[in-house]
Design a binder for this molecule. Sequence first.
Ligand code: GLN
Length: 243
Amino acid sequence: MKKFLCLAAGLLMIVSLAACTSKKDELVMATNAEFQPYEYHQGDKIVGIDVEICQAIADDLGKDLVIEDMAFDSVITSVYTGKADLGVAGLTITEDRLKNVNFSDPYTIATQVIIVKDDSDIASPDDLVGKTIGVQLGTTGDLYAEDIEDAVLERYNKGFEAVQALSQGKIDAVIIDNEPAKVYVSQNDGLKIVDEAFTYEEYAIAIAKDNTQLLNEVNASIAKLKESGKLDEIINKYISSDN
Ligand code: GLN
């Protein structure tokens, strides 16, 4: 009996040791944590809507979420070169990006809006003709601003730098996504958002073209999150409906 107990204890030790050392599969999320409320730094953590959505997807797939923070224009590249599994950075589905990656079903909608100084004469997208406009490099704001007649484009690595240039009077307007725009305007005096939106867009998760299994799994997870109300719950935690 004693011998059996010893053996059992030994086996238990091996089993628990194996449990400690064997790591669950990882799900690597490439992002650019400069995009409040979707992904941003809070103390030494990266938090936000996209982070919570990916955490829920990782939980659903039984994987550990690993966040890789990088420059915005590296996010899609890291997905199609296989360095990351998911590109999640408030990414708008565009024709151009679809040439390089697949997109999941959209998880939310967004707009590009125009931020101006309180006393600006810019009151609609039509008034941007001939103006100096700040955008974040490689974003849809950058893409669409290129089509504005006679406009001078100033491209910044961070949305925050574009907003700073606007505050300092170096540029006339910033084109940027609506929710980060609200955050910037609330944090900087003397700025406002023009009522009329510039474009309507959908955010989705970028996945390598050859990884259709992950695409299907992610879409199934998103569907569950939508159906259970968890997706709305995550979004409402970061975005109050009355602003
Ligand atoms: N939605 C915009 C885009 O996809 C901006 C995203 C961002 O700056 N993180 O280009």
